[in-house]
Design a protein around this ligand. Structure first.
Ligand SMILES: Nc1ncnc2c1ncn2[C@@H]1O[C@H](COP(=O)(O)OP(=O)(O)OP(=O)(O)O)[C@@H](O)[C@H]1O
Length: 309
């Protein structure tokens, strides 16, 4: 596979002296989906903006398709589609015109057939004459993607594509992104949702305080981060963990009303839950409720990016 976006020793300091990116190196392969994960203020948007040529690097170089984003701005920008986080669409305009207009902004000739194909790809064909204000939130996001694709870019940036979107629509969005990948579009997305990176990314880059902490194959990263927690609510609070449960490495909630069991579904063949439940029975502990939860990205970041104490 060849590298389509190459970022070398990129530093970006804003006019107020703040360094938002500090020596970033990142190669993005043609045709991959890479998720850029990072806490608020990590530098994700700044990185996207510099690659798109919207923000000027303080030092370092960026190439898209082998062209320098500053020297050959027009050429590189035309290869890039950018889907912003905020939905900013003209409410009274039709879907077709909205997308067609975006193509015009790149100085390209009108191409109704192409616009119809893009709408088809995004399951918006039956809405082509609808006004934007008549669309649901999920459809509006698709219109944003259609706009970004209207000038036929080969690289697509999606900034938080499913922020504030419900689970159903999020899955829909993943489907759309996977389809675009199949058609050969390289996709870079920023996200706060680990399930999102897990569902669609080939690789994951973690950025914090303007530095890339790691870039890894998703499968590898997930095996390191994918811990789950089983919370066992008890009928009666307990003061200490009974000896029958010592081997299960449980934690006791501070008020004694629950036990917490951590396990890893990916790296361990057996979760140990069956054994745990039988040990609970042997210890005569009555369960009130069971809940599982996965570490949130926020928690993973706390681990990944925590300052050494
Ligand atoms: N124009 C600017 N002038 C000064 N500082 C800025 C400017 N734009 C961004 N910053 C700062 O640079 C840092 C990185 O911001 P950026 O928007 O790139 O982060 P982000 O990872 O996209 O965050 P979020 O997840 O909140 O969108 C932040 O501390 C931000 O306050």
């Amino acid at each position: 596979m060849s590298v389509i976006v190459s970022v070398k020793s990129l530093t970006k300091s804003y006019d107020n002296g703040f360094t938002a990116l500090n020596g970033v190196n990142l190669d993005i392969e043609e045709g991959e989906i890479i998720a850029l994960l990072g806490p608020n203020g990590a530098g994700k948007t700044t990185l996207i903006s510099t690659i798109c040529g919207i923000a000027v690097p303080t030092s370092g170089t960026i190439t898209v398709g082998g062209h320098d984003v500053i020297k050959d701005f027009r050429q590189t920008r035309s290869m890039i589609g950018l889907v912003p986080q905020e939905i900013s669409l003209e409410p009274f305009e039709t879907v077709f015109n909205t997308v067609s207009y975006s193509r015009g902004l790149f100085g390209l000739k009108r191409d109704p057939k192409l616009i119809d194909e893009i709408l088809e790809k995004l399951s918006l064909s039956d809405k082509r004459k609808s006004r934007v204000k008549e669309l649901s939130g999920g459809m509006r996001r698709r219109v944003l993607i259609a706009k970004a694709l209207s000038h036929e870019p080969t690289v697509l940036f999606l900034d938080e594509p499913s922020a504030g979107v419900d689970v159903e629509l999020r899955k829909d969005m993943w489907q759309v992104v996977s389809e675009l990948k199949k058609q050969g579009v390289t996709i870079i997305l920023t996200t706060h949702y680990i399930e999102e990176a897990e569902a669609i990314a080939d690789r994951v880059a973690v950025i914090n305080k303007g530095e890339i902490l790691l870039v890894e194959e998703k499968a590898h990263l997930m095996s390191r981060l994918g811990r789950k927690e089983l919370r066992i609510e008890l009928n009666e609070p307990i003061d200490t963990i009974p000896p029958e449960l010592q081997r299960d490495h449980l934690e006791r909630a501070p008020d004694g009303t629950a036990l917490i069991y951590s396990y890893d579904t990916r790296t361990e063949e057996r979760t140990g839950i069956t054994r745990l439940l039988s040990d609970l029975q042997s210890a005569g502990i009555q369960l009130k409720d069971l809940q599982t939860r996965q570490s949130t990205l926020e928690e993973i970041f706390v681990d990944l990016v925590k300052e050494p104490s």
